[in-house]
Design a binder for this molecule. Structure first.
Ligand SMILES: [Zn+2]
Length: 233
């Protein structure tokens, strides 16, 4: 069995690391996984509907009410975000994140691909002007033109931007170690990124529950924050 100490050594000796991160990286910062947010007033609706393009268009008030709950502006980067950012000062590091909370950016990691977008990047659907997220949390219409505001995140039923996909592929190709953290790694196309890795690259997964991945990989079953606590930079 690979221990935390072995995993730390793999991270320390790798030359170029790409981290693929999911919700488990943000929970130590107090950000709940949105799937756990089936609040009372959402009734029988699934989060997949509440975060869909259909919901935004058909029931914008319902969409707004749900999406507002995903904002945690007081949340700060935790030890995982901080150690990744510190590693990036020592060697080439990329982060490709499923998270929409912008915490890798807050930790000042230089090369971050927000694969599903960023909640704190808000724009008007009508005039396409950027709007401060603080204003969006007050109301979901644009004061200049009356258009609907929305966060720049990929909703269910929407396509991915080509430049984001290309950046993510570039990040995966560049690594000699790929570290998957805090995700069950079951959502496509995020989980297909591994197909683009270098044939010599190693793959490691750090998660509370064991992952099922086709490719050979090293599974470290633990809380990611415990492992990152052991990394000295
Ligand atoms: Zn507008």
């Amino acid at each position: 069995m690979t221990t935390i100490a072995n995993a730390v050594q793999m991270i320390n000796t790798a030359k170029k690391i790409t981290f693929l991160t999911g919700a488990g990286v943000s929970t130590p910062s107090g950000i709940p996984d949105y799937r756990s947010l089936k609040g009372v007033y959402q009734g029988i609706d699934q989060p997949e509907y509440l975060l869909s393009h259909d919901c935004l268009v058909r029931e914008p008030k319902k969409f707004y009410r749900f999406v507002k709950q995903l904002y945690h502006p007081q949340a700060r980067p935790n030890i995982i975000h901080q150690k990744i950012a510190a590693l990036a000062e020592k060697k080439p590091v990329w982060v490709v994140s499923q998270n929409i909370d912008g915490l890798h950016d807050k930790a000042k990691t230089p090369r971050v691909v927000n694969f599903h977008g960023n909640l704190y990047d808000v724009y008007c659907c009508k005039c396409h002007q950027k709007v401060l997220w603080e204003n969006y949390l007050i109301r979901d219409t644009h004061e200049n033109c009356g258009g609907h505001l929305r966060p720049n995140i990929v909703l269910y039923g929407e396509g991915f931007k080509e430049d984001v996909i290309n950046q993510a592929i570039h990040a995966v190709k560049a690594a000699d170690l790929i570290v998957i953290i805090g995700t069950s790694f079951q959502v496509a196309p995020f989980n297909q990124l591994l197909n683009y890795r270098d044939s010599a690259a190693k793959v490691m997964a750090i998660n509370q529950t064991a992952l099922a991945i086709q490719e050979p990989f090293t599974m470290i079953q633990c809380a990611a924050e415990d492992l990152f606590n052991e990394i000295n930079i």
